[in-house]
Design a protein around this ligand. Sequence first.
Ligand SMILES: NC(=O)c1ccc[n+]([C@@H]2O[C@H](COP(=O)([O-])OP(=O)(O)OC[C@H]3O[C@@H](n4cnc5c(N)ncnc54)[C@H](OP(=O)(O)O)[C@@H]3O)[C@@H](O)[C@H]2O)c1
Length: 228
Amino acid sequence: MINLHGKTAFITGSSRGIGQQIAIGLAQQGCNIIVHGRSLESCAKTLDLLQNFPVSKYHVYGELSDQEQVRDLIKQVKALPDQVDVLYNNAAIMSPYRKDIWSHTWEDWSRSFEVNVFAMYELCKAFLPAMIDRKFGRVINLTSGITHEPELAPYGATKWAVNKLTDDISSKLEGTGVRINTLDPGWLRTDLGGEYASNPVEAVLPGALEPALVEDDGANGQLFSALR
Ligand SMILES: NC(=O)c1ccc[n+]([C@@H]2O[C@H](COP(=O)([O-])OP(=O)(O)OC[C@H]3O[C@@H](n4cnc5c(N)ncnc54)[C@H](OP(=O)(O)O)[C@@H]3O)[C@@H](O)[C@H]2O)c1
């Protein structure tokens, strides 16, 4: 396991839920934290939870279905005094209602792919090359064990795309000191996971940190599961 003390992590969707737990877990490791939500106000709770950790804390905002806002988000992050060493592509959306397999709309599909896949790709594109130049980086893309649930087909398909894209990118990282992996957090009680999920959100720690702690020549293009 590597030491993340003094490194900086950007965690999308860290204003609540799993991203918020990851932010706390990384701050416990001495890692500086860039919190993200759709508004600066939505980041307040996480910043409050981080206040006693002796690390730098920043907050940025942006709607990930909007290309201009994603560009602006990248600018906000690049304007910070720290560079991104660890990127958790955590934010994602699921249609609010489960639908019959033939009821998903064009809008359901496009918005799901914009937030869960297109934005993830743009953020990898924005931060991975600089990680390669610095010979250090960890990228963790949140996936899901969802299977045989056509009622959530757009969400499930985006997670398949996340796995595929992660695998493709990983093939370019041998010998670079940069690692990219997927993380299945398990079924957790969050706004997305719902109240009937089997586990409290806090159960995502410490497992969710494992892909950030792999060695420079460690796992790459692999699936990590946060729950034991
Ligand atoms: N919970 C589970 O059981 C479970 C299971 C498998 C995989 N996952 C994955 O784990 C990750 C985190 O899930 P979660 O359960 O923590 O979700 P969540 O509680 O719904 O939190 C979502 C986070 O993403 C942000 N977000 C939502 N829509 C956004 C948008 N359109 N643009 C920008 N940011 C947006 C939210 O920010 P705001 O504060 O601005 O709303 C919030 O910080 C996701 O990738 C999810 O697919 C979760």
